[in-house]
Ligand binder design. Structure first.
Ligand code: NAD
Length: 286
C-alpha cells in the first residue's frame, strides 16, 4: 500500500514557491486573525505563521479577545483590505458565537482571500475560473497529483459537504474530470456509495467512520478528518482521522493522519499568499 505522505508533497510546493520568491523584488505579507484562545486554533495559527516565515514570507498574527464584537472584527478586516502592505488575509475559524463566519468571509477582499472561502472565490472555483482555491481541497488534489494518482474518468466519492472541504473539493475533482459524488450525513447506504469509489475522500470529523467494508479493494483513500481522541503521556493531543486504520489492508493508497492532508493545507495557504501578491500586481504565478 502506498502511503500518501504530506511532507514530501508539501516540500515540492515550497520548492516551487522558493524559486518564485527569489525572483520577486518584494516580500508577500500574510495576516492571520485569531479571536480567543481555542487551543486547536492557537496551534494552527502558530504553525501557519511559522511556516510562512520559514518560507521567507512576511507574516503577522493579530489576536483579539474572544469577546470581540463582530463590528470590531469587520472594521479590522476593512483596514486590512485597504492596507497596500497586506497580500493575504485569513480569519481562523471557529469563531466565537457573536461572530458569524459567513459575514466575516463576505467582508474579506476576494483578492486577499488566501483561504479561498469567500463567495466569489468559491463561485469561481465552480465555474472553472482562475481563483484563490480553498486550501484543504487544493491540498488534496495536489497530494494526489504528487503521487501520480490518475483522476480523469475515475469515480470519486467525497464524504462531507462543508463549504470548507467537501463542496470545493467536488468542484476541483470535477475540474480534474473525475465523476464526483458528494455524500453527507443524510446519505442513505453510505457504505454502498463509498464502495463505488476509486478515489474516496473522508472529510467528516468522526474517528473510524470509514471501515474496510466501505472501501473497494484497491481504492485510493484520502483522510481529511482530524479528531482529537485524548492526550499522550507528555500531554500532547492524540490525533486520528476518519478512516479506520484497517483500511490500509484494502486500499492501494492511504493518506495518514497526522502527516497527510494537514501539511498540504498549510502549503496551499502559502501558495495562495504568493499567488495573491502576484495577482494584485497584475502578475501570474505561472
Ligand atoms: P463540518 O462539520 O463542517 O462538516 C462535516 C460534514 O460531514 C458535513 O457535511 C456532514 O454532512 C458530514 N457528516 C457528518 N456526519 C456524517 C456521517 N455520519 N456520515 C456521512 N457524513 C457525515 O466539518 P469540516 O470543517 O468539513 O471538517 C471535516 C473534518 O476535516 C474535521 O475532522 C476537520 O477537523 C477536518 N479538517 C482537516 C483539515 C486538514 O487540513 N487536514 C482542514 C479542514 C478540516
Amino acid at each position: 500500500m502506498l502511503k500518501l505522505a504530506g511532507p514530501p508533497a508539501a516540500e515540492a510546493v515550497y520548492e516551487e514557491l522558493r524559486a518564485l520568491l527569489n525572483r520577486l523584488p518584494y516580500t508577500p505579507h500574510l495576516r492571520v486573525v485569531r479571536l480567543g484562545e481555542d487551543p486547536a486554533s492557537v496551534a494552527y495559527v502558530r504553525l501557519k505563521d511559522r511556516q510562512a516565515r520559514r518560507l521567507g514570507l512576511s507574516s503577522q498574527v493579530d489576536v483579539f479577545p474572544a469577546s470581540t464584537p463582530q463590528e470590531d472584527l469587520l472594521a479590522h478586516i476593512a483596514r486590512l483590505n485597504q492596507d497596500p502592505e497586506v497580500d493575504g488575509i485569513l480569519v481562523q475559524s471557529p469563531l466565537p458565537p457573536q461572530v458569524d463566519f459567513n459575514t466575516v468571509l463576505e467582508a474579506i477582499d476576494p483578492k486577499k482571500d488566501v483561504d479561498g472561502l469567500t463567495p466569489l472565490n468559491a463561485g469561481r472555483i465552480w465555474m472553472g475560473l482562475e481563483a484563490l482555491e480553498s486550501c484543504t481541497p487544493a491540498g488534496v488534489v495536489r497530494l494526489l497529483k504528487h503521487y501520480g494518482i490518475p483522476l480523469a474518468g475515475k469515480n470519486a466519492v467525497i464524504v462531507g459537504r462543508s463549504n470548507l472541504v467537501g463542496k470545493p473539493l467536488a468542484a476541483l475533482l470535477l475540474r480534474e474530470n473525475a465523476t464526483v459524488t458528494l455524500a453527507h450525513s443524510r446519505t442513505q447506504n453510505l457504505a454502498e456509495v463509498c464502495r463505488r469509489a476509486e478515489v474516496l475522500v473522508a472529510a467528516v470529523g468522526r474517528p473510524g467512520l470509514i471501515t474496510p467494508e466501505m472501501v473497494r479493494p484497491g481504492a485510493v483513500v484520502v483522510d481529511v478528518g482530524i479528531n482529537r481522541v485524548g492526550q499522550d503521556e507528555r500531554g500532547r493531543d492524540i490525533l486520528v482521522g476518519d478512516v479506520d486504520p484497517r483500511v490500509a489492508e484494502v486500499a492501494s493508497a492511504l493518506s495518514p493522519v497526522p502527516g497527510g492532508v494537514g501539511p498540504m493545507t498549510v502549503a496551499m495557504l502559502l501558495y495562495n499568499t504568493v499567488k495573491a501578491a502576484l495577482w494584485r500586481r497584475g502578475e501570474r504565478a505561472g
